[in-house]
Write a protein that binds this ligand. Structure first.
Ligand SMILES: [Zn+2]
Length: 320
């Protein structure tokens, strides 16, 4: 080997290395996200309340009326009831479940529906909880105990703390997660399998409410899905203002990510009727485009805030 070619190779190696360091990844791997949170987890032990064994409030009897499970994209599925549902992403290295339904009965139905779609529920690797209300975290204990014991549970630290501090009769904490493996923070990106999930803090509906942005593919074509967490505005001035700000905050991230698919957890937000009628050659009706993501999808949330504002229903803030 001549000296010139050796020096050329060394040079190439150096420039490859510097290119690598220049393009630093802007996401955490699942392992990094878990290890980053270990100290904090120890600092926030699970509070124990008297009567903590209670489950859902007796007054709450959801219909548990299942809707037909559906594959939305090549790598995204929805299972749920007429009340609330969950999304499942096939990451290529395990399943990621977003939210967990109301409680044991609810999630058991959803797990069964996953099988109908050809998904193996024991392959759930990560569970993202959008916010600290029982209709979103209520199935997590059932999943960990009966379905996917090794799954990592992720939610915001604010949401977790909220579940330690609010009166149990309000939070229905009997069904809250028993531990959290990853605290999700604003702007965080986590890569699971081949999918990078971006987390956006959108408080207002609840203090620790999160929204999500991640890629989906339709017949191999990539689109960006945005899931707005917490789809209702609560009737206090502070929370409503937070909610309004959060919509616009989420919009900024959605615009940057070029979101063209808008989704939400409650069934009234996610109408898949058109998709069920789709013929093979037709475009996916859930792909609404970037403009409609803002002007139609996010506008629903703005309208809700506006309606409440105009109705004079907003109360002064009363801490729980
Ligand atoms: Zn909620």
């Amino acid at each position: 080997m001549c000296l010139a070619s050796f020096s050329c190779m060394t040079e190439r190696k150096r420039s490859e290395q510097s290119a690598d360091t220049k393009v630093a990844k802007d996401y955490l791997t699942l392992e990094e996200a878990i290890s980053a949170m270990k100290v904090k987890e120890a600092a926030v032990p699970l509070a124990v309340y008297p009567g903590d064994t209670t489950g859902l409030p007796a007054s709450f009897s959801p219909p548990y009326k299942p809707v037909e499970p559906i594959k939305l994209f090549d790598n995204l599925y929805f299972v749920g009831t007429t009340t609330v549902g969950v999304f499942i992403v096939d990451s290529g290295d395990g399943l990621v479940m977003l939210d967990t339904g109301i409680g044991d009965t609810d999630i058991a139905l959803m797990v069964n529906d996953m099988k109908k779609l050809g998904l193996d529920p024991s392959g759930i690797k990560v569970i993202f909880i959008s916010h600290e209300h029982f209709d979103h975290y209520g199935g997590v204990q059932y999943l960990k105990k009966n379905v996917c014991p090794e799954a990592k549970v992720a939610m915001s630290l604010t949401g977790w703390n909220f579940l330690q501090t609010v009166p149990p009769e309000w939070a229905y904490i009997g069904k809250r997660p028993q531990s959290v493996d990853i605290y999700l923070s604003d702007g965080m990106k986590i890569k699971i399998g081949s999918v990078i999930f971006q987390i956006i803090a959108t408080p207002g509906h609840s203090p620790g409410c999160l929204s999500f942005i991640f890629p989906v593919t339709d017949n191999g074509e990539t689109h960006m899905a945005g899931i707005m967490g917490g789809s209702a505005v609560w009737p206090t001035q502070v929370e409503a203002r937070l909610y309004k700000t959060s919509i616009e905050y989420f919009k900024a991230f959605a615009r940057e990510a070029k979101c063209d698919v808008g989704l939400a957890f409650h069934s009234q937000e996610s109408d898949f009727a058109q998709l069920r009628l789709r013929k093979p050659a037709e475009p996916n009706p859930l792909v609404i485009g970037q403009e409609k993501f803002d002007k139609v999808f996010l506008q629903k949330f703005r309208d809700r805030y506006q309606k409440m504002l105009e109705s004079g229903q907003l109360n002064t803030y009363q801490p729980l």
